[in-house]
Design a protein around this ligand. Structure first.
Ligand code: NAP
Length: 414
């Protein structure tokens, strides 16, 4: 464990996995490093769990299900409200850990903790409204009603870009519904997952109702999504991984086992000549470059009406020049590093291959995994082959009489 991690309560941190009521290492003792994306320095080593440990975690979650599903919605709601309070009470430490292992600027990381905590409040309330239905009976001697039941053991597989919020968004509804969960966090961000699991257990979640398995998608993730004892999978990540999971579930699980998959995509925005440029530019720059563009909701392709394009594009360049790229611990930083060297190299290679399209680029530190925010000229969304998960905004222009075509092109890209 790196002593330089500035936590008010370092004792909260766990660099182990959680199965049943124990924190433990991998069976074979193997581990993997967690790195600071800003510097590449090692922060900690965590266990590299495997398929055998995954099977044991599923068994523990199955055992815990019997008691957890018997609790009332009201009891579960009261617990979830305590969980919200618990996360907020540790907002600073949680934010520091998000910044340390994901590189998200500290102010944004604090926002993520509040966002994560809000899911416990939301699902505390929604869990109490899990109403069944009453169905008109075809005969006088029968009354037909349905009641909602927990699906059972849920696997939660999360990405690194919202390392706490994506766990909360999966665990909160599962617990509210009376399900038990096994969480597999992204390899880059297992520490925030461990501290969250620890806080949730301390606040009253039954030990085996929430398990944590750091490890690789290809082993832990694959073992979770191909085990017939898993009754539902909740996933956030890339479209390609979602497709692999869907195939594994179809081959191994009961027909109809739910998969909830939130994936990536190409987000577009149209700015016509009626827009207020100052407001549009503020939103464009925030959406494209916050979290170094590593948000599934980030703006990727901007269409600006020709008549106002020179003015709006000049304003975007000016606003980009005001962005501070650098140390995520600095409260004045707007754009931190991308998650790792692989991400940096991929985005750099994209920028190099499309150098002729670059309209504007701002300064970024050379050390660490930083990418200079980029503005690129394109003819339209069809020039983009795929989502570039970084601080890259593409801009196209259109004439007023081409608006319908622009909308059709955007919709065709899903
Ligand atoms: P990813 O590579 O798909 O990874 C997501 C999770 O899936 C990780 O925990 C990963 O484990 C795991 N995984 C990998 N292979 C697996 C397999 N064969 N079976 C089961 N699990 C497997 O995505 P990412 O790069 O972390 O995240 C970026 C993507 O997420 C972007 O496309 C972004 O748009 C999308 N995203 C969407 C939303 C939304 O709300 N729609 C929110 C955030 C992000 P490892 O870490 O071990 O690879």
């Amino acid at each position: 464990m790196n002593a330089s991690l500035p936590l008010a309560r370092p004792d909260l941190l766990r660099t182990l996995a959680r199965i049943g009521d124990r924190w433990l290492a991998a069976d074979d003792g193997r581990s993997f490093p967690v790195r600071n994306p800003a510097s590449g320095d090692g922060l900690a080593e965590v266990p590299l769990m495997g398929a055998a440990e995954t099977r044991r975690a599923i068994a523990a979650a199955e055992t815990a299900l019997a008691a957890w599903r018997q609790t009332t919605a009201k009891e579960r709601a009261a617990l979830l409200m305590r969980l919200q309070a618990r996360l907020l009470a540790h907002q600073d430490d949680l934010a520091r850990l998000i910044t340390a292992e994901s590189g998200k600027p500290l102010a944004e990381a604090r926002g993520e903790v509040a966002y994560a905590a809000s899911f416990f409040e939301w699902f505390a309330e929604e869990g109490k409204r899990a109403y069944g239905e009453s169905i008109p009976s075809p005969t006088r001697d029968k009354r037909l009603i349905t009641i909602r039941q927990p699906v059972g053991v849920v696997a939660a597989i999360t990405p690194w870009n919202f390392p706490l919020a994506m766990i909360a968004r999966k665990v909160a509804p599962a617990l509210a519904a009376g399900c038990t969960t096994v969480v597999k966090p992204a390899e880059q961000t297992p520490l925030i997952a461990a501290i969250a699991v620890r806080l949730l257990h301390e606040a009253g979640v039954p030990r085996a109702a929430l398990q944590l398995l750091p490890g690789q998608g290809g082993t832990v993730g694959a073992a979770l999504t191909s085990d017939a004892r898993i009754n539902g999978v909740v996933f956030t990540g890339s479209t390609e991984t979602a497709q692999i999971i869907a195939r594994a579930m179809a081959a191994n699980m009961a027909p109809g086992t739910p998969l909830i998959a939130e994936t990536g995509g190409l987000n577009a925005m149209i700015v016509d000549s009626t827009a207020l440029p100052e407001q549009a530019v503020r939103d464009i720059v925030a959406s494209s470059f916050r979290s170094a563009g590593q948000r599934c909701s980030a703006l990727r392709c901007l269409y600006v009406q020709e008549d106002i394009a020179p003015h709006v594009i000049a304003m975007i360049k000016g606003a980009m020049d005001e962005l501070r790229v650098g140390d995520p611990w600095n409260l004045s930083t707007d754009v931190g590093p991308v998650i790792d060297d692989e991400a940096r190299q991929g985005i750099d290679a994209y920028a190099e291959a499309n150098a002729a399209r670059v309209l504007h680029r701002v300064w970024a530190p050379r050390q660490g995994h930083f990418i200079a925010p980029l503005l690129m000229k394109v003819n339209g969304i069809n020039d983009l082959d795929r989502e570039v998960f970084g601080p890259v905004l593409h801009v196209a222009t259109f004439r007023a009489d081409q608006l319908e075509r622009v909308i059709t092109d955007i919709n065709a890209r899903g």
